[in-house]
Design a protein around this ligand. Structure first.
Ligand code: GRF
Length: 214
């Protein structure tokens, strides 16, 4: 059984998708928010999941907040920490502490559009393809080895809301899938910085870089 802690800041729909996927071998030990008013907390509590708030406003600086956050997380002894719409920049020390067991979902096809307002920037840039990325977290924001990506078309007439909704539907598919791979011990971060997944359909259990999802 793998224990995971999910960090949220708001709506928590990715957290909800992971909870609802009911992944065999995964126990959601806690949902932690940096905002007391995060809507996702009610969903988690309603599903009997332990909830905690570590309010960043109560700490003098990023280092103090991250230390308190890590203490709360580590109290649950997670195998994996899942950032699901967690809107805080994390210190290098925090990221290093969870090296290889901290994943994030970002609403773009990284390395395109790191940071905020990805859908708006995709529309402004005029890209025809957009999407979402699950990646291991490294000290550089929205960087780190890619676990899985899903692409969606950008359609004529799209606005930020329609594009965001199309991407979000893919997020809800690929994030539980990435957690499932982790739970099944099928994820490996190679020395070359590439993430490979053990493909059980192939004889000899080949390790392959997951193909783009559509
Ligand atoms: C998602 O688009 C996620 O990729 C991004 O923030 C959004 C959070 O949505 N990091 P939710 O809180 O999971 O509904």
């Amino acid at each position: 059984m793998k224990s995971i802690v999910i960090l949220i800041s708001g709506r928590g729909s990715n957290m909800e998708a992971i909870v609802q996927a009911a992944i065999p071998g995964v126990r959601i030990a806690a949902v932690v928010s940096n905002r007391p008013d995060a809507a996702g907390l009610a969903f988690a509590a309603g599903h009997g999941i332990a909830c905690a708030v570590v309010d960043h406003k109560a700490y003098a600086d990023r280092a103090a907040f991250d230390a308190a956050l890590a203490e709360t997380i580590d109290g649950h002894r997670p195998d994996l920490v899942v950032l699901a719409g967690f809107m805080r920049v994390l210190t290098d020390d925090f990221v290093r502490h969870y090296a290889g067991r901290l994943i994030n979902i970002h609403p773009s096809l990284l390395p395109a559009f790191p940071g905020l307002h990805t859908h708006r920037r995709a529309l402004e840039t005029g890209v025809r393809v957009h999407g979402a990325t699950v990646h291991f977290v490294t000290p550089t924001l929205d960087c780190g080895p890619i676990v899985v990506q899903a692409a969606v078309p950008v359609l004529a007439g799209d606005d930020e809301a329609t594009l965001a909704a199309r991407v979000l539907a893919q997020e809800h598919r690929i994030y539980p899938q990435a957690v499932r791979w982790f739970a099944e011990d099928r994820l490996r971060l190679g020395d070359d910085g590439r993430v490979r997944v053990r493909d059980e359909r192939q004889a000899g259990a080949a390790w392959t870089v997951p193909a783009l999802e559509w």
